[in-house]
Design a protein around this ligand. Structure first.
Ligand SMILES: C[S@@+](CC[C@H](N)C(=O)[O-])C[C@H]1O[C@@H](n2cnc3c(N)ncnc32)[C@H](O)[C@@H]1O
Length: 200
């Protein structure tokens, strides 16, 4: 095991067995934290790897509860070790399983850095050769995991945003049913002197 800094936090890594977090993934942390603010929120980091994103969000958003899922048992063990190191066992729950399957109840925000590169690119991306292939590459056009994630995200629920890391090297918000983050929604004042409309 080695240690790196991610979002200014020490994170244990397992090179070759679990994807080592990249600085660019800090964009996901920044986007989710800006969206959530300081209020309560239920968040899931899908494909958590070392747990770096989940831990950084939990540190930045003191009222958030963060679920972290991964299909790799190695990643789950590493993420749990990192969560323990940061004393966040009460607010970051790491579970083994597919996408959102292990998460009970509703979510406000999903963040995901899932595999998104087509398998056929494997030989043309030598900088990724040291990473576990199943963490980086997926069949077909590579976007199957993200398509399945969007299909799995419950529609009509309180989910407000899905932030994903994309092949353009940036972070994108893929969906946002209501346009307000949960903490701001909770604080929105009613207009004075007017009763709320029925059904509003
Ligand atoms: C690109 S790595 C990113 C790891 C971490 N989020 C980061 O940014 O450092 C993708 C991770 O997603 C996991 N993964 C792949 N398919 C998954 C699925 N269907 N459900 C949950 N995790 C999955 C892989 O095991 C791997 O740990």
């Amino acid at each position: 095991m080695t240690e790196i800094a991610f979002a200014g936090l020490p994170i244990l890594t397992a090179p070759g067995r679990v994807m080592t977090p990249r600085d660019a993934s800090e964009q996901l942390v920044a986007a989710a934290c800006a969206w959530v603010g300081s209020g309560p929120a239920r968040i899931c980091d899908v494909g958590t790897g070392s747990g770096a994103i989940a831990i950084a969000i939990a540190r930045e958003c003191p009222e958030a509860v963060v679920w972290a899922t991964d299909t790799s048992r190695c990643a789950v063990a590493l993420a749990r070790a990192n969560v323990r190191r940061h004393g966040l066992e009460g607010r970051v729950i790491v579970e083994h399983g597919d996408l959102l399957d292990p998460v009970p109840g509703e979510l406000d925000v999903i963040v995901a850095n899932l595999p998104y590169l087509p398998l056929e690119l494997a030989l043309r991306r030598p900088e990724l050769a040291a990473e576990p292939p199943e963490a980086v590459f997926a069949a077909g056009d590579g976007l199957g995991p993200y398509r399945r994630l969007l299909g799995a995200a419950p529609s009509g629920s309180r989910l407000t945003a899905v932030f994903c890391f994309s092949s353009t090297g940036g972070c994108s918000r893929l969906s946002a049913p209501p346009s307000r983050p949960p903490s701001r929604r909770a604080r929105r004042p009613r207009p004075r002197g007017r009763a709320p409309r029925a059904g509003a």
